[in-house]
Design a protein around this ligand. Structure first.
Ligand code: ADP
Ligand code: MG
Ligand code: MG
Length: 192
């Protein structure tokens, strides 16, 4: 994936978040404050309008800065920071061989910024196993990505707003885990 294609892919996420706004909002209504769909849509509307850069690293950085400034809530700074961190390890093109390094950085950024270890019912519970799968040489399919999000259902949340719901947070997919599936699927599709 070169710079031009990355621009298309990141801008293309707008239609994915338009399509899934209600789904994300409904999940966040159950175990949060019901704004995750709106937050992600606002973020990728801004990306669609403002994304700049002629190189892969510059585009990733622009995406991160845009998400940080456009999205309120926990997810904006987490995704924003992650894209900025990815820009620092990105090469001229994103390939099957180097995407593992990028996704590892994505996961590590959320881990550091969110102070999570895994098993707390957050987006990291999708990012971590996906990063591990890629390091092991497997690019997860869309169905496998979705399964990682579904697996967050069984977890009782201990981070973010969902933690206030304690055991009632069980049985619901974490909204950020679901939005992470859309972002990862768009990036991984380019190297499948
Ligand atoms: P807010 O909770 O502030 O309304 P959003 O609804 O946009 O923000 O995002 C909620 C999502 O953010 C959660 O579903 C979870 O995946 C993620 N999240 C929240 N806190 C953390 C954290 N400390 N570490 C990692 N992810 C987190
Ligand atoms: Mg919310
Ligand atoms: Mg909120």
């Amino acid at each position: 994936m070169d710079a031009q294609r990355l621009t298309e892919v990141l801008k293309g996420l707008l239609s994915q978040f338009e399509k899934n706004e209600t789904k994300l909002t409904n999940l966040d209504r159950e175990i949060g404050d019901g704004d995750h769909g709106v937050n992600m849509l606002r973020g990728f509307k801004a990306v669609d309008e403002k994304l700049t850069g002629d190189t892969v690293p510059d585009i990733l950085k622009s995406c991160g800065m845009t998400l940080m400034s456009a999205v309120g809530g926990a997810s904006g700074p987490l995704y924003g920071f992650s894209f900025v961190k990815m820009s620092q390890v990105a090469e001229e093109e994103i390939t099957k061989e180097n995407i593992g390094k990028l996704i590892n950085e994505f996961a590590e950024a959320v881990k550091a910024r969110g102070k999570v270890e895994g098993g707390e019912k957050t987006m990291y519970d999708v990012l971590k196993p996906v990063s591990e799968a890629i390091q092991a040489g497997n690019i997860p399919t869309s169905a496998e990505l979705q399964q990682f999000a579904e697996d967050t259902k069984d977890i009782e949340a201990t981070k973010g707003r969902a933690a206030y719901f304690k055991e009632k947070s069980k049985g619901v997919v974490d909204p950020g885990a679901q939005s992470a599936v859309y972002i990862l699927d768009a990036l991984l599709e380019e190297v499948r």
